[in-house]
Write a protein that binds this ligand. Structure first.
Ligand code: MNH
Length: 503
């Protein structure tokens, strides 16, 4: 048994079979949903799933997740899914082991590409790409597929900010072939990870690996051409690629080699575009279902941007979209688009549950479950309520109970990038358009390494912003806001009860 925890066992779903283990209880196209469902039914802080000779241990409570977020005692480990992704992204930042020299080197060298100053240089690129999305929408008829178009936008933005390359994402409705290849490589690495323990899977594995190889060769060649072309130009640190090619470590003078640079580019494209696109799509989904949160977002956009629907936020204005920021935080609470990360202890230790955990053991922190822990988020934890993130409601919340960006030194390096881009996109979109969802749409989530809403469409109609400074405060006083109409939210149970949510 791999990851056997020295023979210790944990609660597991009923109906375990010999050999296949708990495999029957996992929907192969929706493994995350299956795990979140098991977590909710078991109600345990930690549980296990066995599939053939692989044991997976999941952390579902905020308290145990917090314990494992203690950087003194725990660090990142690579789950089988990340291990498999190394075929594709090698020792790039996301899939590197912390002990590998390339992790620290790349972390130190690439930090400057994510400072506030760097964000200022990406700001005009983000705005320009967004304007192209609006122009593309204006050429389309009918409702837009939200995840499809947010993916176009975030990939294009990243390609331009990181590589100064145009991927022509808005030339048609089809995604760039690079995306198709990347998705093939990603889904294959996930399937390899789930299949590799299964007896009789050799043929299937070989077929998948072959498809993966074709996709990967295409992607590698495209990236190697981009790197070679840039090497031929005079050095310039105006984008991420430029920094990767010329930055030297201040103490050792070390640089990244070309293979590692290719791994880093792939990492940034993979880690950076679908996570952000999913976050934007979930935000738009929730806003389309919560009229009061939507109205507040429209009002905030008008207050900051005024009466001209073509107005673009300045860099400094982005910080003023406070309500919108809470909406993003709340969407990432319910559906953290990078939904899990793995942890191992630095030395053998005993968990608060009494289990002994050794450095070779790993556990997967299941974020959607941690983020819905009623002990932290209240009885209405399943409900969308951005006011949970008002300062007065956040005070005193358990540390490490909200982890959509991961934790510690291996947390998301692109967080500011994603947050800045998301705020710009949402602010401009809601300033410019009325959004209408199909009331019959049932939230359906596509799972890869990340999660994105599937088949979610919005009808966009031009909106006339109200001019001048708003006369009413955008943030209602706690306790005076209108009560959520409820019902429409697929996770709704009880009515929410206002400001008590955080306690
Ligand atoms: Mn991002 C790591 C979530 C956007 C690049 N990211 C992580 C981790 C989470 C995460 C969680 C930690 C994973 C782990 O512990 O195994 N990231 C997100 C989310 C968004 C996001 C929810 C958007 C929303 N990420 C971005 C963007 C970029 C990016 C945008 C790049 C421009 N993320 C990374 C990289 C890492 C990472 C690189 C790995 C960092 C490291 O380990 O040093």
């Amino acid at each position: 048994m791999r990851n056997d925890w020295g023979g210790q066992s944990f609660p597991h779903p009923p109906g375990r079979l010999p050999i296949v283990g708990d495999g029957r209880g996992i929907d192969p196209s929706r493994p995350l949903h299956s795990m979140v469902g098991h977590a909710a039914r078991l109600g345990e802080p930690i549980f296990e799933i066995q599939v053939f000779d692989q044991k997976f241990v999941f952390v579902a409570s905020a308290e145990l997740a917090a314990e494992m977020c203690d950087e003194q005692r725990f660090g990142k480990s690579l789950s089988p899914a990340l291990e498999a992704l190394r075929d594709f992204a090698g020792d790039g930042l996301f899939t590197a082991r912390t002990e590998e020299p390339n992790w620290r080197l790349a972390h130190d060298l690439l930090r400057p590409a994510f400072t506030r100053a760097a964000m200022q240089s990406y700001h005009p690129i983000m705005l320009e790409t967004l304007a192209e999305l609006f122009a593309y929408w204006e050429r389309l008829d009918g409702p837009v597929d939200v995840s499809r178009d947010m993916t176009k936008l975030t990939l294009e933005t990243l390609a331009r900010a990181a590589l100064s390359r145009d991927f022509a994402s808005f030339e048609g409705t089809e995604p760039h072939p690079f995306i198709a290849a990347m998705v093939t490589a990603l889904t294959s690495s996930q399937r390899v990870a789930t299949l590799s323990g299964a007896p009789g899977s050799r043929l299937a594995l070989r077929r998948i690996r072959k498809r993966q190889q074709v996709a990967q060769d295409y992607v590698d060649e495209l990236l190697d051409d981009i790197i070679a072309a840039r090497r031929a130009e005079p050095p310039s640190e105006h984008d991420l690629l430029g920094i990767m090619l010329s930055a030297k470590h201040p103490e050792t003078g070390e640089q990244l080699d070309d293979t590692n640079i290719r791994h880093q580019i792939l990492t940034f494209l993979v880690a950076g575009h679908e996570t952000t696109s999913g976050a934007l799509s979930f935000v738009l989904y929730y806003l389309s279902r919560h009229p009061e949160a939507l109205a507040a977002a429209h009002a905030e956009a008008d207050e900051v941007l005024g009466g001209d629907r073509d107005a673009e936020p300045t860099f400094e204005q982005v910080a003023r979209f406070r309500h919108l920021r809470r909406v993003l935080d709340e969407a990432l609470r319910l559906w953290p688009t990078a939904p899990a990360f793995s942890r191992s202890p630095r030395e053998t230790l005993t968990l608060s549950t009494g289990h002994v955990m050794r450095p070779q053991d790993w556990a997967i922190v299941l974020l959607p479950s941690v983020h819905r822990d009623q002990g932290v988020w209240g009885e209405d934890a399943e409900e969308f309520d951005p006011d949970r993130f008002l300062p007065e409601n956040s005070r005193g919340r358990m540390p490490h109970s909200y982890k959509p960006w991961g934790t510690g030194e291996r947390s998301c390096i692109g967080r500011q990038f994603a947050q800045h881009e998301s705020m710009l996109v949402l602010a401009r979109l809601l300033h410019r358009y009325e959004i209408t969802g199909d009331p019959d749409y049932q939230l359906d989530i596509a799972e890869r390494l990340t999660i994105v809403p599937k088949g979610f469409e919005l009808r966009l109609t031009p909106r006339t912003p109200s001019a001048g400074p708003a006369t009413e405060p955008v943030d209602p006083e706690p306790g005076t806001e209108p009560v959520d109409a409820g019902g429409a939210c697929p996770f709704s149970g009880a009515q929410r009860d206002g400001a008590d949510a955080a306690r």
